[in-house]
Design a protein around this ligand. Sequence first.
Ligand code: ATP
Length: 255
Amino acid sequence: MEKDNGILEVRNLKKYFGGLKALDGVSFKLFEGETLGIIGPNGAGKTTLFNTICGVYPPTGGSILLRGKEIHGLKSHQIARMGIARTFQIVHPFRDLTVLDNVVMALGKNNYTGFINIFKISHTGENVEKARQLLKRVGILDYQYEKAENLSLGYKRRLEIARALALDPVILMLDEPCAGLSYDATREFMEMIYRLKEQGATIVIVEHNMQVAMGVSDRIVVLNYGEKIAEGPPERIKQDPYVIEAYLGKDDESA
Ligand SMILES: Nc1ncnc2c1ncn2[C@@H]1O[C@H](COP(=O)(O)OP(=O)(O)OP(=O)(O)O)[C@@H](O)[C@H]1O
């Protein structure tokens, strides 16, 4: 794929909640195999951008193109099926099922005909093997027979990622995956993201934790009051005066 052809292209995206312009003309591209970080101060529009791309909110205006196809206005399950898989900040695995069965169920999702059926349909030797490989990719294979509810928050988030990867997505969207994790769990989580990157995953990550966002992203898009104020590699973003001002607040002593 040519560098100019983003796998995802967001053009002049707008999302208004009544008079509040949560996104006001945001544009950027995401390229195959890269990790794009979305950062910005509180209320900047990060979650709104994430949810609008994933089809949770219909956009007020603009375009979202996945491999050149418009996905603006599609429902979230349609967008997931087209290849944008997401994780949630609040994890919700099937708590009473084992870690392995959670992923096996996700592999059977395309044949969904009800909970009991999907459980039976999904449970093929091939799916169990695939599920184990996915658990290995996210580093929790050792916990395959554990009930999902017994996992730590960090490992529940990894399980979410394994379930998202079960859809064989074009893009993996991560919503603040390190929120609430300890320092060590965050470092380990970052290492897992590096491994996914090495395996060629294309990732969008919304992250409050600046070290995580800067550490794992190839490029960063910075939002403030619903607008993109900067875009570029982490080293440049760290030194961008607009970004520094947005985070630290303006020293308004000009009068
Ligand atoms: N469903 C909604 N209805 C009304 N206003 C909303 C809704 N969702 C978000 N907003 C508003 O849109 C703006 C952007 O919010 P958003 O949650 O996208 O920002 P954020 O960058 O994710 O912030 P944070 O870092 O605090 O999570 C905020 O002013 C917020 O109050």
